[in-house]
Design a protein around this ligand. Structure first.
Ligand code: SAM
Ligand code: DTB
Ligand code: SF4
Length: 337
């Protein structure tokens, strides 16, 4: 049985409504050194600044909840070194077909009754094929009819496809830059950073909101984490939604044995993302199951205000929604929906 998370109808008294940022150091045009300087602040100073920024733009006690479903599993031709779904690696995951419309609708209904406000659908594709656009539009219509926001991540898109998805009611498109431009070639060779930026521009031009972030803990350096956030923050406008994935190491992939990232570095990454993108939703994404409650609480303090909510991500696990409900109650957090 699923239970709803409590929602808050109005901002809590401690928190003024979002206002324009008066700080001269916030805005576009961040240099790599600016970003590294933030990473290098003493932890308390960084968290204080991030939390202060967060409070200026959001109610710090409200969290956006997105539930994820994999609508097409495995068999992907790309070589992303972190991914369980690449056909290039022996991860023990077979290639599935696009799942049935009714199954997707039922999963969306369950997500809504558990308290999610957005339903995110992922497909292990390099790019969307024209022959699948009609089925995506049916699915978007079904999910929208439940009163949920829709998000899809289907690989590269053409401008015509993006316009069709927008006209069909798609609210968000997820397409991650994953890491810095410099480190990207260490992680993916079957497409370029510019391919990713081009799709993001196509999505933006079609009027779809952008969900774009990356992965930390892939063996990159702090300069790469800074580079990723710098690129995201300097997009005009920055993405509305910024998922910060912590690598889930997958056996059989080239990154299956990478040493785990220090948890404070993950929290720092969240804090820096909040300062650089004060109006964006910053999401604790993959890897949340490996974070303690205390680490998650620090992430929320540092400005994370969105999570993947539900027992599974695409092919790996996520904290059970009952566990999130307990943590939310302990911390006095409520859902935005
Ligand atoms: N195929 C599409 C694409 O690559 O854009 C959509 C699905 S893809 C799995 C979505 C994102 O999930 C990737 O861009 C990556 O950032 C993230 N991801 C995939 N595997 C991951 C892992 N093992 N750990 C952390 N994040 C991961
Ligand atoms: C995103 O940034 N993270 C999600 C979603 N966008 C599609 C995917 C996480 C995948 C984690 C590994 C897996 O479950 O396969
Ligand atoms: Fe394919 Fe996306 Fe996985 Fe890369 S991340 S292998 S594009 S499913």
């Amino acid at each position: 049985m699923t239970t709803m998370l409590a929602t808050t109808p109005a901002a809590s008294p401690c928190c003024p409504p979002p206002t324009e940022d008066s700080s001269t150091t916030e805005g576009t045009g961040w240099s790599r050194q600016d970003v590294l300087d933030l990473f290098q602040l003493p932890f308390n100073d960084l968290l204080h600044r991030a939390h202060e920024t967060h409070r200026r733009h959001f109610d710090p006690n409200r969290i956006q909840l997105s539930t994820l479903i994999n609508i097409k599993t495995g068999g992907c031709q790309e070589d992303c070194k972190y991914c369980s779904q690449s056909a290039k690696y022996d991860t023990g995951l077979g290639a599935g077909k696009l799942i049935e419309r009714a199954e997707i609708k039922a999963a969306a209904e369950a997500a809504k009754s558990a308290g999610a406000d957005r339903f995110c659908m992922g497909a292990a594709w390099r790019e969307l094929k024209d022959r699948d656009v009609g089925r995506m539009l049916e699915i978007i219509g079904d999910v929208k009819s439940l009163g949920l926001e829709t998000c899809m991540t289907l690989g590269m898109l053409t401008a015509t496809q993006a316009r069709a998805l927008k006209d069909g009611g798609l609210d968000y498109y997820n397409h991650n830059l994953d890491t810095s431009e410099e480190f990207y070639g260490e992680v993916v060779t079957s497409r370029s950073y510019q391919d990713r930026l081009d799709t993001l521009a196509t999505v933006r031009d079609a009027g779809i909101k952008v969900c774009c972030g990356g992965i930390v803990g892939m063996g990159e350096g702090r300069a790469d984490r800074a580079g990723l956030l710098q690129t995201l923050a300097n997009l005009e406008p920055p993405p509305e939604s910024v998922p910060i994935n912590l690598l889930v190491p997958i056996k059989g992939t080239p990154l299956g044995d990478v040493e785990a990232l220090d948890v404070f570095e993950y929290i720092r990454t969240i804090a820096v993302a909040r300062i650089l993108m004060p109006k964006s939703y910053v999401r604790l994404s993959a890897g949340r199951r490996s974070l303690s409650d205390e680490a998650q609480a620090l992430c929320y303090f540092a400005g994370a205000n969105s999570i993947f909510y539900g027992d599974r991500l695409l092919t790996t696990g996520n904290p059970d929604h009952e566990k999130d409900q307990v943590l939310f109650a302990e911390l006095g957090l409520t859902a935005v929906g």
